[in-house]
Design a protein around this ligand. Structure first.
Ligand code: ADP
Ligand code: MG
Length: 619
């Protein structure tokens, strides 16, 4: 078309498309799920706008919030159409090609090192999966604020946009037409599409229909001279004709019943809000599938845990929370500049937002899930909702439930419990739960630590979730409760040391005496641990003592006084030689075994490790 405006794809997007086109062996099914998910998002958006302005929905068919799929076998086209918000010309240019999303390059990188295309939706570039099956794609879209446009591309580095003067007007919404590649013919089979929708789009909250072939019985006139195509079978079954034999001289036309193929809309999903059902009635498989559709994480892995509950009282809501099996690629990258939680907020079944930062504190941003509240008002703006008093209560309850859920991963993990009596978990379950907490800890341990730093009111609950290695843990992870349960009699403080690695710490002179005397010392080797320990002062009435700082008490030794006396002169000599701005004092100590002396940090000073971290940060 000569009037079309041409655009080039942004470079990263172009690279992504090349990868998609050339990924011969990946699962091509995913394009449908991505398109349906986009259609569903677009419907959510218009439904949200309609809360405060009914006009936006229009009338008649336009007001029907649905998704429709049609197949054209002859032309080899699948079209997926929604009556969602639609895209203006500017939206089409930006969303489908010129602006790369933050996940684009991360995804390209992943794919180049053999990543899983299945995760495309998580990186916010799901649309381009259409090129797994199509070599030419048209996107026809009508937004309330603009005229109808067609976006088209053969994935050759460029796309074109034209004012649409030839297609049927959409009213509002988007139709995506995929001109299938030769080898993607299977997607023209109705059964294949039905199967895919069932498999991947079960939890879409809008009806999805297919323009499907139906066999129906039709009555037709049984004229002798009717088309000769009819097979003999039907001719012999024409005994029925008798009942329409003429009566009392009145002549009725003879009819007969034949099977005929017609097409009609067949709804493929039953829109079911899993969170409205009783948790007892929802199966594990349903929870897993619901997690996948919520999180767009279609890897084989199951979520590590979930919690489905109803809150009652002043503020009523239902929620489903999940701990994903893996941390998203950018969880900590964007930690300090984004506050985006991954919970979807619904008010009375209507989707409001998935960028509502008032629902969970930052450190729980790794959770996925959904909250549906009956208490929040429906017909107010997002900004007003954000300030609603009930949110505080919701947040508080969500945190509580989330921490309970995480604690349960540990409780049910046979690797975790050193308490033989806690074996109420069924044997078959046990295998599945084994090692789950370590998995959780490796993915999200840092979030627990950030929580201890940020959330004073839940500090103790979070501290229960902490795991670390220690001088006695033998490569395993230890909890504070375990540490306390094996403290030596008379030991008052919880001993810990910070450094870069376990290997380095094991050799530390600070440990000599402690290990020989059989004290357990916690190893903190993550840079965030230094900050953590500035906030975690005590646990279960026990103080934390950094063994590289002054104040380590190992009980009095009878020889202490004697030693102090006999080394008085040497101590004085050292004092004169060293005490300056850098050294506070010189003391006789019983903390060493083999090393002659050691530099200790004062109680309120920064540990040597902290100095190291600070230095590396200012570089
Ligand atoms: P994501 O859905 O994660 O944002 P996609 O690559 O799937 O990423 O889609 C890119 C963008 O294109 C969407 O964010 C949306 O703005 C727009 N878009 C795609 N499909 C539709 C549609 N059916 N209706 C309206 N906008 C759409
Ligand atoms: Mg999408």
């Amino acid at each position: 078309r000569s009037s079309a405006e041409k655009f080039e794809f942004q470079a990263e997007v172009s690279r992504l498309m090349d990868i998609i086109i050339n990924s011969l062996y990946s699962n091509k099914d995913i394009f449908l799920r991505e398109l349906i998910s986009n259609a569903s998002d677009a419907l959510d958006k218009i439904r949200f706008l309609a809360l405060t302005d009914k006009e936006v929905l229009g009338e008649g068919d336009d007001a029907k919030l649905e998704i429709q799929i049609k197949l054209d076998k002859d032309k080899k086209i699948i079209s997926i159409r929604d009556r969602g918000i639609g895209m203006t010309k500017e939206d089409l240019i930006k969303n489908l090609g010129t602006i790369a999303k933050s996940g684009t390059s991360a995804f390209v990188e992943k794919m180049q090192t053999g990543g899983d295309l299945n995760l495309i939706g998580q990186f916010g570039v799901g649309f381009y999966s259409v090129y797994l099956v199509a070599d030419y794609v048209e996107v026809i879209s009508k937004h309330n604020d603009d005229i109808q446009y067609v976006w088209e591309s053969k994935a050759d580095g460029a796309f074109a946009i034209s004012e649409d003067s030839w297609n049927e007007p959409l009213g509002r919404g988007t139709e995506i037409r995929l001109h299938l590649r030769e080898e993607a013919g299977e997607y023209l089979e109705e059964d294949k599409l039905k199967e895919l929708v069932k498999k991947y789009s079960e939890f879409i909250n809008f009806p999805i229909s297919l323009w499907a072939t139906k066999e129906v019985d039709v009555e037709v006139p049984a004229d002798e001279d009717e088309s000769s195509e009819e097979d003999t079978n039907e001719k012999t079954s024409s005994e029925e004709e008798e009942e329409v034999e003429e009566e009392e001289g009145e002549k009725k036309p003879k009819t007969k019943t034949i099977k005929e193929k017609t097409q009609e809309w067949e709804v493929l999903n039953d829109v079911k809000a899993i969170w409205l059902r009783s948790p007892k009635e929802v199966t594990e498989e349903e929870y897993t599938k619901f997690y996948r559709s919520l999180s767009k994480d279609f890897s084989e892995e199951k979520p590590l845990a979930w919690s489905h509950f109803t809150a009652e009282g002043d503020v009523e809501f239902k929620a489903v929370l999940y701990v994903p099996p893996k941390a998203p690629h950018d969880l900590y990258e964007s930690y300090y500049n984004s506050n985006k939680s991954n919970l979807k907020l619904y008010v009375r079944r209507v989707f409001i937002s998935d960028e509502f930062d008032e629902l969970l504190p930052k450190y729980l941003n790794f959770l996925k899930g959904l909250v549906d509240s009956d208490t929040l008002p429906l017909n107010v703006s997002r900004e007003m909702l954000q300030q609603h008093g009930s949110l505080k209560t919701i947040k508080k309850k969500l945190i509580r439930k989330a921490l309970d859920m995480i604690r349960r991963i540990a409780e049910e993990d046979p690797d975790e419990s050193n308490d033989k009596e806690k074996t109420d978990v069924e044997a078959s379950d046990k295998d599945e739960k084994k090692g789950q907490y370590t998995k959780f800890w490796n993915e999200f341990g840092k979030s627990v630590k950030l929580g201890i730093i940020e959330d004073a009111s839940n500090r103790n609950r979070l501290a229960k979730l902490l795991r670390f290695e220690s001088s006695k843990s033998d490569g395993k992870l230890v909890s504070l409760d375990q540490y306390i349960s094996r403290m030596k009699s008379g030991q008052k403080d919880i001993f810990y040391i910070t450094g870069t690695s376990k290997e380095q710490l094991e050799k530390s002179p600070f440990l000599e005496r402690l290990t020989r005397k059989n004290y357990e010392v916690i190893f903190f080797t993550d840079p965030v641990d230094e900050y953590l320990m500035q906030y975690l002062m005590e646990y279960e009435d026990k103080k934390f003592q950094n063994v590289s700082k002054e104040g380590v008490k190992l009980g009095k030794d009878s020889k202490d006084k004697e030693l102090k006396e006999s080394f008085k002169d040497l101590t004085k000599w050292w004092k004169d030689a060293l005490v300056s701005e850098n050294v506070d004092s010189v003391k006789i100590s019983n903390r060493l075994d083999n090393s002659p002396c050691v530099v200790v940090t004062s109680k309120y000073g920064w540990s040597a490790n902290m100095e190291r971290i600070m230095q590396s940060q200012t570089l």
